[in-house]
Design a protein around this ligand. Structure first.
Ligand SMILES: C[S@@+](CC[C@H](N)C(=O)[O-])C[C@H]1O[C@@H](n2cnc3c(N)ncnc32)[C@H](O)[C@@H]1O
Length: 244
């Protein structure tokens, strides 16, 4: 415990001006509007290259969840700039939601590149409250790299279940807490407070698989995996889908 606290303090000292800005309430708006979108755009190019195979595999069975009419209505929670659009099957009707409108420029670029799907609605709304989306109206819900930064994962999962039709699927890919006795977990704990501050609430130590196991899905297909980014504390990952 002591080494963790000492190392945490060392890292906090390195970014002391940011901690001071956060204390007076100036960092969070700047982080959300400028720093995090800028950083995420840069970081995600290499992340997406590494995760491409796993995402292709993950979304391969999306067409199986088309409704009787042949439509595939998909809701993405925390769309960011639309890194997942390329994996959706042609004709898929996508509703996007996010709490942060600052990804817009890159989102538009991503939409222009992915004209094989149709964009139904864009909602500026938290995944915890999707009241604009009718119950049972979606065939699939997608949530990647989002559950790490939400306060109450169970609320998002409850909303996902509500908007899904019976038999619809919830797809996820999330970084999670490493095994408790591992060095990875040690460094996750060291980085935790500063990481959360720098990256818009991203928490390194969430045991997200537990929230998924506790949600009331009728099937859960969950694998523990790694996306090859060995130099970051955002490892390991969970990947899979759950059926309502
Ligand atoms: C790390 S980015 C991931 C973006 C995208 N899903 C991807 O995989 O590239 C996290 C996204 O989740 C959004 N987000 C964070 N908390 C949210 C919440 N409670 N509800 C909806 N979106 C949220 C952020 O604004 C951001 O766009």
């Amino acid at each position: 415990r002591k080494p963790i606290l000492l190392l945490r303090a060392g890292i906090a000292l390195l970014v002391l001006p940011i901690h001071i800005l956060a204390l007076v309430g100036l960092w969070q708006p700047f982080c959300r509007r400028v720093f995090f979108p800028f950083f995420f755009n840069r970081f995600s190019a290499s992340y997406e290259r590494k995760a491409k195979g796993q995402k292709q595999e993950l979304f391969r069975n999306l067409p199986d969840f088309r409704s009787g009419s042949g439509d595939l209505k998909l809701l993405e929670i925390g769309t960011g700039f639309g890194a997942n659009f390329q994996f959706y099957p042609p004709g898929c009707k996508v509703t996007c939601t996010d709490v942060n409108p600052s990804f817009q420029q890159n989102l538009l670029r991503s939409m222009a590149k992915n004209q094989h799907i149709s964009y139904e609605r864009f909602l500026l709304a938290p995944g915890e409250d999707l009241h604009q989306v009718p119950s049972g109206s979606m065939d699939a819900v997608v949530c990647t790299l989002v559950l790490c930064s939400v306060h109450k994962q169970s609320s998002i999962l409850k909303e996902a279940l509500r908007v899904l039709r019976p038999g619809g699927a919830f797809y996820f890919l999330e970084h999670v807490a490493a095994e408790r006795s591992s060095w990875k977990h040690f460094w996750q704990q060291v980085w935790y407070p500063t990481w959360k501050l720098l990256f818009d609430g991203c928490c390194l130590t969430k045991e997200t698989w537990k929230a998924l196991e506790e949600a009331n899905f009728s099937e859960l297909h969950l694998q523990h995996t790694t996306v090859a980014l060995p130099w970051t504390p955002t490892q390991p990952h969970i990947i899979g889908y759950a059926v309502k």
